[in-house]
Design a protein around this ligand. Structure first.
Ligand code: ADP
Ligand code: ADP
Ligand code: MG
Length: 471
């Protein structure tokens, strides 16, 4: 088993990994930049080291991180999600320096992180892929010719994209002409690569993804699927496991496709295969070669600790489960609580958390790195807390979500919590009938009044009484 692991990340996912290490008797090392000096990962890890004053550069510096890991006698590095997690050069550097990168081999990251290469590998393996490019687009003329061939609408995508950025739908040649330079510029800025490709736009699809685990002995299992169709601008807001919209036949078919995809590229460690589903048609979209934000809901329905399995297989041990050992039970929902103002076009709302009261009770889990008095720095993701609920029945999971969102109290910043309650109240959501157009199709859900939490009300009353009494 690995003995000492450096966590090349911050925020809630760093804390999540530290917790897994603690439960497995692995020593954890946090890294941080000055903006994160008061971060929870710094407090919770066994050791913590500063990477300097720039808020981001330290987290993105492979050489510095690997050399620190060596100096400290770490035998593994966990990259989390975002940052260097899908950087094949970072993984390669770890391999060269004899430190276990907790993820797949660098050549697999390279192959699957490049969306056009991934599509080609999947085609070769007999996994159905959205119709479109077989390589990157050379120029606008090639894009127009290909769009003609597959038919509009099409999706123009950044080859090394992620996090929902660098994707534009084009309904006509005119739109393709306008969007082409925009996507190239966005891709260059966000991902440092100008490569783009094009695929058929699947209209109103469901986003269904499968969690897989693979060990170094060649065993691959899937942990069933997640439904991430509740999205805004191609970014996930609420995730659900299992999908309440699949038949058992579809579920088994998609699970087996994901295993086939992983086997085809010699995958090792945890990964997610993302598909689009329309009617009975399933298309491979991309593979994320890392732990995902929403691994939590899979853990809640299967009881498998995904991060512990990552650490196990990185240590060279076999998976703890065979496919037939993996059962799922009930429904889990995850709400990505973002420090954003839904009423102001989801403008980020960073700043001090003046008061935080965590939701709790049966079937509730919170993964976060915030606490009362914490200043959310403006340099990183706006996601500040993941609220996860579980219940045996779909209806009960929704009620529990409402209740837990009510329970939670986050003062000082604006969040998406009340907006999510609106989604839970919608009859189509409750009937488990939704696709990726749900959010754009229901702008009216933004019309709600901010509720006051009981402690805020009590405080207001006390202040008013005090003023009245002349205290
Ligand atoms: P998930 O795929 O786990 O559901 P997201 O797509 O929301 O999660 O991404 C999680 C985090 O990782 C976000 O901060 C996102 O910006 C970042 N991220 C994802 N892919 C990339 C990428 N290719 N390059 C840079 N950052 C990325
Ligand atoms: P990222 O790497 O940013 O996660 P994805 O390729 O996974 O990008 O796409 C993100 C989201 O964009 C999907 O979940 C889906 O809602 C939408 N999308 C992507 N490709 C298509 C497509 N071909 N047709 C329809 N929607 C798509
Ligand atoms: Mg994706």
């Amino acid at each position: 088993m690995l003995k000492k692991v450096l966590i090349a990340n911050r925020g809630e996912i760093a804390v999540r990994i530290i917790r897994a290490c603690a439960e497995m008797g692995i020593r954890s090392v946090a890294i941080y930049t000055e903006a994160d000096r008061y971060g929870l990962h710094v407090k919770r890890a066994d050791e913590a080291y500063s990477l300097g004053s720039d808020p981001i550069a330290g987290y993105l510096d492979p050489r510095r991180i690997v050399s620190l890991a060596r100096q400290l006698g770490c035998d593994g590095i966990h990259p989390g999600y975002g940052f260097l997690s899908e950087n094949d050069e970072f993984a390669r550097l770890c391999e060269e320096k004899g430190i276990k990168f907790i993820g797949p081999k660098s050549d697999v990251i390279l192959k699957m992180g490049d969306k056009t290469q991934a599509r080609n590998s999947m085609r070769a393996a007999g996994v159905p892929v959205t119709p479109g490019s077989e390589g990157n687009l050379a120029d606008l003329d090639e894009a127009i010719a290909l769009a003609e061939e597959i038919g509009y609408p099409v999706m123009l995508k950044a080859t090394s994209g992620g996090g929902g950025r660098g994707i534009r739908r084009c309904d006509s040649e005119a739109e393709l002409r306008t969007q082409y330079p925009r996507v190239i510029s966005e891709a260059t800025k966000a991902f440092g690569s100008a490569e783009v490709f094009l695929e058929k736009c699947i209209v109103n699809p469901k986003h269904i993804e499968v969690q897989i685990l693979a060990d170094s002995q060649g065993n691959v299992v899937h942990l069933y699927e997640r439904d991430c169709s509740i999205q805004r601008r191609n970014q996930k807001l609420i995730e659900i496991a299992p999908s309440p919209q699949l038949t058992p036949e579809q579920r088994n078919y998609i699970g087996e496709l994901a295993v086939k995809a992983a086997q085809a590229v010699g995958y090792e460690n945890a990964g997610t295969v993302e598909f689009l589903l329309t009617g009975n048609q399933v298309y491979f979209m991309e593979m994320n070669t890392r732990v995902q934000v929403e691994h939590t809901i899979t853990e809640q329905i299967t009881g498998v600790d995904v991060v512990q399995e990552q650490l196990r297989v990185a240590s060279g041990l076999p998976l703890s489960y065979r496919q037939e050992d993996i059962q799922f039970r009930g429904y889990a929902l995850q709400f990505r609580i973002n420090a954003e103002d839904p009423k102001n076009d989801f403008l980020p709302s960073f700043g001090r958390v003046t008061h935080y009261y965590a939701p709790g009770g049966p079937g509730v889990r919170v993964d976060t790195a915030i606490y009362t008095g914490y200043d959310i720095p403006p340099y990183y993701d706006s996601m500040c807390l993941k609220l996860i609920v579980w219940a045996l029945k779909w209806e009960d999971a929704i009620d529990r979500g409402q209740r837990a969102l009510d329970d939670m109290h986050l003062q000082g910043i604006k969040t998406t919590a009340n907006y999510y309650q609106q989604i839970l109240r919608h009859p189509d959501f409750q009937a488990a009938e939704f696709n990726t157009s749900f959010v754009p199709d229901h702008p009216e859900l933004m019309n709600y009044s901010e509720k006051k939490h009981p402690t805020e009300v009590a405080l207001a009353i006390a202040t008013a009484l005090a003023a009245h009494a002349g205290w």
